[in-house]
Design a protein. Structure first.
Length: 480
């Protein structure tokens, strides 16, 4: 054998040994790469939601789980400038889906509302501030993990990854679906229509054959039905007033709800489950304000938050409101402001202002008022301290107790308003159940119904000229 031949044989042996070593190393690294792929594509991006699901009602997230997996699967072939926005898009899709589910919304309504969120002071809520901080930290860690490990993850076993993904999605569907009976807008499709306006007989006040009285419709933010009868008795105790019951016939009941506040408004104002966008497109139903306007009523809507939210500044006028009072259009100034992220005038002071307007009206009025201060998350200490809510009070939950105190202040204000205006037709109804994040707090309420209470005047309409003589005591009649 020549030296050259020996050299070739030696070289070949070295190459074979090197290849064998590479295959051995690849086999040793394979489990590690597959583990990284499972971590980066499934475990890491879903860890926060899984952890939160212990206390918080997280909805089914199958689509979001699949989206994270798809981004991870493609990550090795993508530039960071493309990968990071793509991952953030998956996070946004996941987050918006959770928000939509918790607040009884659909994704269309969520995206339409995003521009108006500039009016929401999120960081006034410790819960939201902490949640945003946690999400930011976890998100930064997830992106860093994805960028640093994507090359290694590309060597992982795709079949194992796919089987794990299918297993996670399969487990998420029954677990997530059991966590909350959805009451979003789509849940109402095919269901019998109900509304407090119809069930209470309140809609008859717009009938042309009826005598003209002032009419007040109050949509109470997040007013749900407490499961415990004792809790309900505490909450509605303001209406046990003997003088009130001597002047009004009180009736009460419940009605189903589907969707967020905007859907509750369409339910009661327009007897429809359609979204308000049908009004904007000119194809909506006839609504209560228009019926009152046709009878010569002055129609006014009142809300303590920006009219941009749910585009109320656009569609209210189209259903018959001659005047819509929002903070940006109000002529009345209030000394106090209440609320958490949704800050506005205190409901009890708004009630007093409405009472003044009704008492001094120069023509019959239909006033529609959406309350604000009980919007979740509520801020502790906003209402008259009654129950020792720091320890949960009689409701056993600090947040629910704080909400109850806010509602009780409101109901006392409505009672004062009614006794001052004993010829006013009044209906109070909840828009939806409280969209509380914690299962324990949400479990104190019925999941699919809201209460209503009607105060119908007992006495005949006073024969004082039928609105012919406006009171001189009213210095602001015809404004708010």
């Amino acid at each position: 054998m020549s030296v050259v031949e020996g050299s070739r044989i030696g070289s070949g042996a070295v190459e074979e040994d090197s290849a064998a070593s590479g295959r051995s190393q690849s086999r040793r690294c394979f489990p590690q790469a597959t583990l990284l792929l499972l971590l980066g594509g499934i475990a890491v991006p879903n860890a926060l939601a899984v952890a939160a699901n212990i206390w918080v009602d997280v909805p089914p997230r199958s689509a979001a789980i699949a989206a994270y997996a798809a981004v991870t699967f493609l990550s090795a072939g993508l530039h960071a400038a493309v990968l990071v926005p793509l991952y953030l898009a998956a996070v946004a899709f996941d987050g918006l889906g959770i928000v939509a589910h918790v607040f009884f919304m659909d994704l269309t309504l969520v995206t339409e509302t995003i521009p108006a969120f500039t009016h929401v002071r999120v960081f006034t809520s410790p819960f939201y501030a902490g949640l945003i901080a946690a999400v930011t930290i976890v998100l930064a860690g997830n992106i860093l993990f994805l960028l640093r490990c994507r090359s290694a993850m590309a060597r992982g076993n795709r079949l194992v990854f796919l089987l794990a993904l299918l297993g996670c999605v399969g487990a998420d569907i029954p677990i997530g679906s059991a966590s909350r009976a959805t009451q979003g807008p789509a849940a109402g499709i095919g269901q019998p229509f109900e509304s407090a306006v119809r069930m209470s007989g309140f809609s008859e006040t717009a009938d042309s054959a009826r005598p003209k009285r002032n009419v007040l419709l109050v949509l109470v933010e997040s007013l749900g039905i407490l499961r415990d009868p004792q809790h309900r008795n505490i909450l509605f105790s303001a209406f046990d007033d003997a003088d009130l019951r001597a002047r009004f016939t009180l009736t009460s009941g419940t009605t189903t709800f589907f969707g967020a506040t905007a859907y509750g408004e369409m339910r009661e104002l327009c007897q429809s489950r359609s979204p308000y966008r049908v009004i904007l497109h000119g194809s909506g139903p006839d609504c209560l304000p228009g019926a009152y306007a046709a009878r010569g009523y002055r129609t006014v809507s009142v809300h303590g938050f920006s009219g941009e939210f749910y585009k109320r500044d656009q569609w209210y006028a189209k259903i018959g409101f001659a005047r819509s009072v929002f903070p940006e259009t109000a002529t009345t100034s209030y000394a106090r402001r209440c609320g958490g992220p949704f800050i506005g005038p205190c409901d009890v002071e708004v009630a007093d202002t409405i009472s003044d307007r009704l008492a001094n009206a120069s023509q019959p009025m239909f006033i529609y008022w959406v309350t604000l201060n009980s919007h979740v998350p509520v801020r502790a200490g906003e209402a008259t301290p009654r129950h020792g809510c720091a320890t949960g009070g009689p409701f056993g939950d600090p947040e629910v107790c704080a909400m109850a105190e806010i509602w009780q202040d409101l109901f006392e204000a409505i009672t004062r308003l009614a006794k001052r205006n004993p010829e006013t037709e009044i209906l109070l109804v909840g828009d939806h159940a409280p969209p509380l994040w914690r299962r324990a707090a949400r479990g104190l309420f019925e999941p699919d119904r809201v209460p209503w209470l009607r105060l119908a005047p007992r006495g005949p309409l006073a024969a004082a000229g039928d609105w012919a003589a406006p009171s001189r005591a009213c210095a602001a009649c015809g404004r708010d």
